[in-house]
Design a protein around this ligand. Structure first.
Ligand code: G3I
Length: 261
């Protein structure tokens, strides 16, 4: 397809959009399906591309059998899932989004099945479990609306400091970067730098920049400026290890299905 022709020549890194998520990889308890994710890895190996693993623990695209578990079974199931998937992809992914989107907008932790079963301790437990399975992978917390300095990114910063002081093998922060045309936060560079100063990698992990249709020449110019700003911000931070856009082209974007128009 046209999408693959572009990917084959213009990209040196790939993130599976859905293929490594829990609903695909462990649709029922203890029964694993790595076929779709393996296809992505195969493409990457054929093209000398790095793979960002996405993701191990997330409240969404989580099968019902997990969200309806009795509380006292959640930790064991979470650890088994992480161990099995991270072991399967050991040496094939350079980084894992171990924890995806744990925060509410006000900086409190989402009250998902993992939090309800283990409290905030699930975060460190998940990262330690992933590290045991694949000690060489960079282990990330990935979230949206943490690109600038705000309540949510401040809470994540505090969590990252705590984890590092406790020896939790957190390796990076993923800034999803699902932006609105003209609204890239002016504090993005400073925000990335403060995480980098903790000794963490940072990455722009899911970049897109949505425009209310119909696009005009000025909204398209603004979008181009936004992309330039984000790439320049990443280039200015030595620990910023990459920019991933969420989808090869606009024809395969999640945006129109979620934001009509
Ligand atoms: O595969 C089924 C198909 O069998 C079914 O017929 C169809 C009908 O709805 O749904 C298909 O599944 C969809 C899946 O994408 C694969 O296309 C789901 O409905 C749809 O909800 C799912 O959306 C994904 C979304 O995460 C779910 O939260 C998007 O593709 C994916 O791009 C998006 O990615 C997330 C990141 O993982 C985390 N950050 C935000 C980002 C955007 O939402």
């Amino acid at each position: 397809s046209g999408e693959m022709a572009i990917a084959n020549v213009q990209f040196d890194m790939v993130t599976p959009g859905n293929e490594m998520k829990w609903d695909t990889t462990e649709p029922s308890n203890g029964s694993y399906n790595f076929g779709p994710g393996d296809q992505i890895v195969n493409w990457a190996q054929a093209h000398n591309a790095r793979v960002r693993g996405h993701n191990l623990v997330w409240h969404s695209q989580l099968p019902n059998w997990v969200s309806s578990l009795p509380t006292n079974q959640v930790q064991g199931v979470m650890e088994s899932h992480i161990t099995t998937e991270a072991t399967h992809y050991k040496g094939k992914v350079y980084a894992w989004d171990v924890i995806n989107e744990p925060f509410n907008e006000d900086g409190s932790l989402r009250q998902d099945v993992f939090y309800k079963a283990m409290g905030s301790g699930y975060l460190a437990d998940a990262i330690r479990t992933a590290h045991n399975a694949d000690p060489n992978a960079k282990l990330y917390i990935n979230d949206y609306n943490i690109e600038g300095e705000n309540a949510k990114s401040n809470a994540l910063y505090t969590l990252a400091q705590q984890m590092l002081s406790q020896g939790v093998p957190l390796g990076g922060i993923g800034l999803e970067s699902h932006f609105i045309d003209g609204q890239v936060p002016s504090s993005m560079l400073a925000n990335m730098q403060r995480f980098a100063n903790l000794g963490l990698d940072v990455a722009v992990t899911e970049l897109d920049d949505r425009i209310q249709l119909p696009a005009s020449s000025s909204s398209l110019q603004q979008q181009a400026n936004d992309y330039t700003t984000v790439v320049n911000d990443c280039l200015a931070v030595s620990r910023c290890v990459g920019v991933s856009q969420w989808g090869v082209d606009d024809g395969h974007s999640w945006i129109p299905g979620t934001f009509p128009g």
